[in-house]
Design a protein around this ligand. Structure first.
Ligand code: ATP
Ligand code: ZN
Length: 284
């Protein structure tokens, strides 16, 4: 049995549960009252916690692994291994100052009172930049601190920047880009390690598939070479003759990022009837 700690309810929960389901792990969702549940078809127990408690819970061995924001992992400074970056719950942690304040460079932070819920990450940043400032730790609504005279600046999560703007603040230094990560205790028993490897294999198959699309298209045989050059695929594209003489169907895999650019190039090279379909799992 492997025990996984996840956020009970918040910005990480939905995507975490979705990822586990995509990995074929069936369990009843925690709901608001549930503390733990057991997967039906994988030897896994799931603990539902506040995200702040996840690093400690894993380093203390109450859970073997956990899914948490990198920001919380860095702040808590627990001895854990980052096993995989999960690509969701992306956000950045930045320093913001009142719009009216003159700000040229990081040196302008010297002597300020900075309010934050992430004192450890901020301390490291200030030290790295040889800034001497006062860290004022508060647990929530950090962005209102300058407005009520509690601080000169803040260090907090920024998602869109609109919260900053509505509080009369301006983002001046981005300190950290964060995403959800899978963390593990440092000395997992062999049996648990094997289950983690199994889970990781599935997570990677889901992640790889997520960034790619399966593409099918038709083209005249003489255009196939040109089209193949545009589609590196996993190895080489599959080419099959169509019942119409002189035509072939070509199947391949393309990266999501280059999707639109490729489609245009393919059309120009003579591709027709292009179909692009999602891939559920991909084992490379
Ligand atoms: P809990 O009740 O579990 O303590 P919380 O209120 O501390 O929850 P959430 O707001 O649910 O935390 O955010 C959880 C994590 O999601 C953050 O630590 C961060 O890694 C990530 N995140 C992504 N985008 C945002 C965002 N726009 N605002 C806050 N957190 C975000
Ligand atoms: Zn929290």
């Amino acid at each position: 049995m492997i025990t996984l700690a996840i956020q009970k309810s918040g910005r990480l929960s939905e995507k975490t549960v979705k990822l586990l389901h995509e990995c074929g792990i069936a369990f009843e969702n925690g709901g608001s009252s549930k503390l733990k549940s057991k997967a039906g078809n994988f030897p896994m127990q799931i603990l539902y916690l506040r995200d702040d408690d996840i690093p400690e819970c894993v380093s203390d061995g109450i859970a073997d692994i956990g899914i948490v924001g990198e920001n919380v992992y860095l702040e808590k400074k627990r001895p854990l291994a980052i096993v995989e970056r999960l690509g969701f719950a992306r956000c950045r942690l930045s320093i913001a100052v009142p719009k009216s304040m003159e700000y040229d460079n990081v040196g302008d932070l010297n002597g300020l009172n900075i309010a934050t819920s992430y004192p450890n990450i901020l301390k490291t940043f200030l030290k790295d930049n040889k800034i001497v400032a006062n860290i004022h730790e508060i647990s929530g609504s950090v962005e209102i601190a300058p407005g009520i005279g509690l601080a000169d600046a803040i260090f907090d999560i920024v998602s869109t920047g609109s919260t900053l703007l509505s509080n009369g603040l301006r983002e001046v230094e981005t300190v950290l880009f964060s995403e959800a990560i899978l963390v593990a205790g440092e000395n997992l028993p062999e049996k648990v390690r094997k289950l983690l490897d199994k889970l990781l294999f599935r997570i990677r198959a889901v992640q790889t598939a997520r960034n790619r699309k399966y593409i099918l298209l038709n083209a005249l045989n003489e255009q196939i070479d040109e089209i193949c050059k545009l589609l590196p695929g996993m190895k080489s594209p599959t080419i099959m003759p169509l019942s119409t003489p002189g035509w072939s169907s070509l199947h391949s895999v393309i990266e999501e990022d280059e999707f639109w650019e490729k489609i245009e190039a393919l059309k120009t090279a003579g591709a027709q009837g292009i179909l692009v379909i999602p891939i559920e799992k991909m084992i490379v």
